[in-house]
Ligand binder design. Structure first.
Ligand code: F6P
Length: 322
């Protein structure tokens, strides 16, 4: 059997635990030994490593966060930063490593693969901005959490005839904004992948009012600007009874949705299969509802996550929300 390490790295995402569980169970099922590594690459470099048994992942699928904890560890970009991690893997006889995280985590995994460690990346982030996959673990849950909040804001916005600017996460990607914008019937969605024009936005708010609309919901991706900055630009026209809500880290927590749990299970399963096939420096993903594997460097060079889909959804929204 293999000796497989598993860690989570970068920002956490709901469903990471379900992925850890799948890796541990599939590996044990196949006669491998599994080692949990706490606090991502930092913990790996520091030797925070323990053997995992099947019961260590009981009651885990439904829990948000990551039982292995996570950290951002920029030192891992340099060969000197990676050496202690490689030494720890050798010391524990760990020949393969499953890394659950974002693109920074993928770069670390590719670098370890170049050193002879069999690494497999699993895309885990709420931002949905990882190359090699159309969906990342945590995105669906984050969207559902944000939607629940936006629905509530809509109630109060209607009562007071207010305009709401709701800032959602997503780093430089507009995926959360466009999904929650369409899902909530927002009048405006502002994303980094499409330009916005404040004159048009203001005209839409005013036209809506004339036609009897009781509120205006603007979903703003954090990658464009902060909610308050956007409100200041809007105030240059009128106050529109505008209020700003920054959803923030609530989007990162909570029990994962069915979609994220199943995606996580399929990704974890596939990662262990790939290790048995001898793969190294690959990442798993879902493309056209199929689980696929891509070379990490190829995925990273493919200019990352495609923008076409967000722009398509964005354009559709302009025709159905006014
Ligand atoms: O990558 C996930 C994410 O939640 C982004 O959406 C956000 O920009 C960032 O992490 C926030 O980082 P932190 O948790 O370090 O404040």
């Amino acid at each position: 059997g293999k000796r497989i390490g598993v860690l989570t790295s970068g920002g956490d995402a709901p469903g990471m635990n379900a992925a850890i569980r799948a890796v541990v169970r599939k590996a044990i099922h196949d006669g491998d030994e599994v080692f949990g590594i706490r606090y991502g690459y930092r913990g790996l470099a520091e030797g925070d490593i323990f053997q995992m048994e099947e019961r260590d992942v009981s009651d885990l699928t439904a829990r948000g966060g990551t039982m292995l904890y996570t950290a951002r560890y920029p030192e891992f970009k340099d060969a000197e930063g990676r050496q202690p991690a490689i030494d720890q893997l050798k010391k524990h006889g760990i020949d393969s490593l499953v890394v659950i995280g974002g693109d920074g985590s993928y770069r670390g995994a590719a670098a370890l693969a170049a050193e002879g460690i069999q690494t497999v990346g699993i895309p885990g982030t709420i931002d949905n901005d990882i190359p090699g996959t159309e969906y990342t673990i945590g995105f669906d849950t984050a969207c559902n959490t944000a939607l629940e909040a936006i629905d509530k804001i809509r109630d109060t916005a209607t009562s007071h005839l207010r305009t709401f600017i709701i800032e959602v996460m997503g780093r430089n990607a507009g995926d959360i904004a466009v999904w929650t914008g369409i899902g909530s019937g927002a009048e405006q969605i502002i994303i980094p992948e499409a330009d916005f024009n404040m004159d048009e936005i203001v005209a839409n708010i005013e036209n809506g009012r004339k036609r009897g609309k009781k509120h205006s919901i603007i979903v703003l991706a954090e990658g464009v600007m902060e909610g308050h900055e956007f409100a200041d630009k809007l105030y240059e026209y009128d106050d529109y009874h505008a209020r700003v809500t920054v959803l923030g880290h609530v989007q990162r927590g909570g029990a994962p949705t069915a979609r994220d749990r199943v995606l996580a299970a399929l990704f974890g399963y596939k990662a262990v299969e790939l290790i048995h096939e001898g793969a190294a420096g690959v990442c798993v993903g879902m493309m056209g509802e199929k689980i696929v594997a891509t070379d990490i460097n190829e995925a990273l060079e493919s200019k990352g996550h495609s923008h076409d889909n967000q722009v398509k959804l964005y354009n559709i929204n302009t025709e159905i929300s006014f």
